[in-house]
Design a protein around this ligand. Structure first.
Ligand SMILES: NC(=O)c1ccc[n+]([C@@H]2O[C@H](COP(=O)([O-])OP(=O)(O)OC[C@H]3O[C@@H](n4cnc5c(N)ncnc54)[C@H](OP(=O)(O)O)[C@@H]3O)[C@@H](O)[C@H]2O)c1
Length: 330
């Protein structure tokens, strides 16, 4: 069942399950962006319960990250939790974060790119000049996915037969955008224009579609060692919805939303299970087809166009940083 009815049915009938207790993550290191709250924090807590040795919380406010660390350590005292500054509105912050990964981590098995915003009004990032949903959800996520490939590949090389993992947190709402910007001469430039913003959640929905187009193109150029996928956590109660003033939204969420902990189960499932499924979209803890647009020839065309535009934008934002060389060694 598709559309809104199917969405509501699944929210009411499916119960996200935690990782089976038999799975141990001992010896592994994970990064979770947006790990100070909501689904990212719950995913970090769940991996800690499964004995993960080290978790890096990538957070834009370190004090919030420290509070999250206390919560994780209170529950799992043996987990080494590191709180590192990461602002997806800042190219230099994201680059500095990745440099720290290269310099300070001896291994990296799991990355969950979870940080995101849902803004129903047009806001331009003062830092980068790009519309905020697109900046944080797509451009920031895309840059980090490239910057962290090298460490993931290095860990895979050191542990033959073991895949390393990168999960991008997308959403079922990617089905629900007309994505008119796909026909513009430059998709990302068009999305920066206030007149392209659309109504209600449309821009957020588009940013989650960009996540899927990006991860599909990325996975198509990767070798077999680093598995990239996208996860729909489902509608979950969290601070994501704080600026959503849609009439009735609080009651709707109260009826249909899962808890953040349940959303965390879905993230951890995508990042740990499904180890041979390259480039897939996971929803309700199974591999599902993304939207028919994504699978259409027009979707493929938009995917390639978005990839090329994003690479160009990122190379201009970080001149002198070779973003593509990790891909050549995979
Ligand atoms: N909750 C849902 O119903 C739902 C459904 C589908 C998909 N998702 C996706 O799930 C992910 C997590 O959402 P959530 O529900 O856990 O929301 P949340 O509780 O609002 O958490 C979002 C996280 O992203 C961080 N963040 C925002 N802007 C950032 C920036 N510029 N740089 C670095 N970090 C930034 C936030 O940091 P601060 O705490 O400092 O703001 C927070 O840690 C998002 O990608 C969202 O799109 C959520």
């Amino acid at each position: 069942m598709g559309g809104m009815a199917g969405f509501m049915y699944r929210q009411l009938t499916f119960t996200p399950k935690p990782l089976p207790s038999s799975i141990t993550l001992d010896g592994k290191t994970a990064i979770v962006t947006g790990g100070n709250t909501g689904l990212g924090l719950e995913a970090a807590k769940e991996m800690a319960r499964h004995g993960i040795s080290r978790v890096i919380l990538g957070v834009r406010t370190v004090s919030k990250g420290e509070a999250a660390k206390s919560e994780i350590v209170a529950q799992s005292p043996n987990c080494d939790v590191l709180v590192w500054k990461l602002d997806q509105e800042s190219f230099s912050s994201m680059h500095a974060f990745s440099e720290r990964v290269v310099q300070e981590l001896d291994c990296l098995a799991i990355v969950i790119l979870c940080a995101g915003v849902k803004l129903l009004e047009y806001i331009k990032s003062e830092n980068t000049g790009h519309e905020m949903n697109v900046q944080v959800n797509h451009i920031g996520t895309a840059l980090l996915s490239l910057l962290l490939l090298g460490p993931l590949q290095k860990t895979a090389n050191a542990n033959p037969g073991q895949k390393t993992r990168l999960t991008i947190v997308t959403s079922e709402v990617h089905f629900w955008t007309r994505f008119e910007a796909k026909d513009a001469p430059n998709i990302l430039a068009r999305l920066d224009e206030p007149s392209s913003f659309g109504e209600g959640m449309d821009r957020y929905n588009t940013s989650k579609l960009l996540n899927i187009l990006w991860l599909r193109e990325l996975s198509s150029v990767l070798g077999p060692d680093v598995i990239v996928n996208g996860v729909n956590p489902g509608l979950c109660a969290s601070t994501l919805h704080r600026s959503d003033t849609t009439p009735g939204i609080a009651i709707f969420n109260k009826i249909f939303a899962w808890s953040s902990e349940q959303g965390g189960h879905n993230l951890v499932d995508a990042a740990i299970q499904h180890a041979t499924d390259q480039g897939v979209y996971i929803s309700e803890q199974v591999v599902k087809k993304p939207s028919s647009f994504v699978l259409s020839p027009q979707g493929k065309q938009a995917q390639t166009k978005l990839w090329n535009e994003t690479i160009t934008l990122l190379q201009e934002a970080l001149p002198g940083i070779d973003l593509l060389s990790p891909l050549l060694t995979m």
